[in-house]
Design a protein around this ligand. Structure first.
Ligand SMILES: Cc1cc2nc3c(=O)[nH]c(=O)nc-3n(C[C@H](O)[C@H](O)[C@H](O)COP(=O)(O)OP(=O)(O)OC[C@H]3O[C@@H](n4cnc5c(N)ncnc54)[C@H](O)[C@@H]3O)c2cc1C
Length: 469
């Protein structure tokens, strides 16, 4: 009988296991993929390594930050952030600077952006702005013109739904602290300490890709005698006496079950509800049906020519489906193989979309066609592959929180089961948040207090911790 079975060896699951690794608790981590790291893994194809999308580590939680740096140790590389937006065949700094916008868009367009911004601010000032969704939120802070140019197209590529159907809390969290005036202020005074995190321009990155952090975590945890069983997909959870029976299948379809007193799950929340073999109230089932995830496709290609020197570029241009592109040698030179450049091209889709159902070779061909249309130069492809991440983005649709609250209430009635991490809690959050939820779940189990992972905020801070920034 295990003390705890942790479902998923992503950042949340591995951090929980790490925290438990010095205790006498008997822990088993079950991971469906052949590799650890979850969405933050680095895909390995022989010598070639690619993240599934660019990963920049940033947190306001000092403890989580220290853990990140301690585990990486000498393998942390300092990166100067460079990110731009591609729109109408021109590049714009991200975040947008006034001079850049003026030259990129021309004086008339810039004046029109300025006027639309002033109009939005006046409306807000006299209190007639209503903010019900993402579109309202951005228009309020940037003006309608900039919303149409810089936010609408990209956001709809990522989410696949109209910006007016996306919850405003996504914007508040994603581009928190940023408005046209703050973007201008921080462009003029780049060293200000109050810089919002969207604008942070230096960060540490693991030398061999974001997933290297999680490979190192795995090594530490295994050395402390915790079993991380990979290629084990959890298929069923049944309550039994004081504990649970967790059933899982390996890659050959062989089934096995283990008994445990506690479960931490970081697999997608809606999937957890499906595999939980117990009384699930009808309203929870209905709420789960109202929620949805967005899938993510990474087209990995290594090319023999440097195409750009940004860490990543947001592709706002409506004429291509690609949403973002990253060159990992611009994060860490060690990511280069034989002097070539490993890129990840990102596409977002739903399960029934055409691209999700194409073969990998067709997706690569499509990605390369778009890549060539963006960068009008000759290059050779020395390696290519596709990674698919189902349920990568919980869709933060307007009104989703009502459904999450119903599910949360039900979960809180299930003793010894704790949701952790991004997918497990249906939160559009980063690694630091996932790590903090794992830490706090483990600490509750260890009897250090009654920590609720739902109280971890987007910056990875527990509700009563005070931010220094
Ligand atoms: C394209 C992209 C870019 C991102 N960029 C950043 C960034 O710049 N900075 C940042 O900090 N974060 C970034 N993130 C977010 C970051 O990857 C996640 O916050 C983090 O990986 C969440 O960790 P987790 O452990 O909660 O979940 P996950 O990483 O999703 O891990 C869950 C694990 O559970 C496993 N699992 C699922 N179902 C089962 C099952 N039935 N049985 C067993 N195992 C199962 C999965 O295989 C997975 O390994 C990005 C994410 C994406 C998709």
């Amino acid at each position: 009988m295990y003390d705890v079975i942790i479902i998923g060896a992503g950042p949340a699951g591995l951090t929980a296991a790490y925290e438990l690794s010095d205790s006498d608790k008997k822990v088993l981590v079950l991971e469906k993929k052949p590799q650890v790291g979850g969405l933050a893994e680095t895909k390995v194809f022989g010598d070639y390594r690619y993240d599934i999308g660019p990963h920049r580590f940033f947190t306001k939680n000092q403890e989580v930050y220290d853990l990140f740096l301690n585990v990486l140790d000498k393998d942390a590389v300092e990166v100067n952030r460079k990110t731009r937006i591609l729109f109408k065949n021109s590049y714009f700094d991200y975040p947008l600077t006034p001079v850049n916008a003026l030259f990129g868009l021309g004086i008339f367009e810039s004046i029109s952006i300025g006027l639309s911004y002033i109009f939005a601010r006046i409306k807000s000032y006299i209190g007639i702005t209503k903010i019900n969704n993402f579109e309202d939120w951005v228009v309020d802070r940037f003006g309608r013109k900039l919303f149409n140019n810089f936010f609408k197209n990209y956001t709809e590529k990522v989410w696949g739904i109209d910006c007016s159907d996306i919850g405003s809390d996504w914007a508040a969290q994603r581009i928190k602290g940023l408005s046209l005036s703050t973007a201008i202020k921080f462009a003029l005074f780049p060293n200000s300490k109050k810089r919002p995190k969207t604008l942070v321009d230096k960060f540490y990155y693991p030398k061999l890709g974001a997933g290297m952090l999680w490979e190192k975590f795995e090594e530490i945890i295994i050395n402390k005698n915790i079993d991380i069983a990979k290629e084990k997909i959890v298929t069923d959870i049944v309550k039994k006496n004081q504990g649970f029976i967790v059933s899982f299948k390996d890659s050959e379809g062989n089934e096995k079950s283990e008994e445990t007193k506690n479960i931490f799950f970081s697999n997608p929340l809606l999937e957890f509800i499906d595999i939980f073999d117990g009384d699930v109230p009808q309203k929870v089932i209905e709420s789960a049906k109202s929620l949805n995830y967005r899938n993510h496709i990474s087209v990995h290609v290594t090319v023999d020519k440097k195409l750009f020197d940004d860490n990543w570029i947001y592709i706002h241009s409506p004429n291509v489906n690609m949403a973002r592109i990253a060159d990992f040698t611009n994060f860490s030179e060690a990511m280069s193989v034989d002097g070539n450049y490993p890129l990840t091209l990102e596409y977002f889709c739903f399960e029934n979309d055409e691209i999700w159902n194409k073969r990998n070779d067709e997706i690569i061909e499509f990605g390369l066609k778009e890549l060539r249309s963006i960068f009008n130069v000759e290059f050779n492809v020395v390696h290519s592959a596709v990674s698919r991440s189902p349920k990568a983005y919980p869709v933060i649709k307007t009104g989703y929180q009502v459904h999450i609250d119903i599910i949360k209430e039900w979960l809180s009635s299930l003793p010894n089961i704790t949701a952790i991490g991004r997918s497990g809690m249906f939160k559009y959050n980063n690694q630091d948040h996932a790590m903090a939820t794992g830490l706090y779940a483990a600490r509750t189990l260890l009897g250090f207090g009654d920590f609720d992972p739902w109280e971890v905020n987007v910056d990875g801070e527990y509700h009563e911790e005070v931010s220094n920034n």
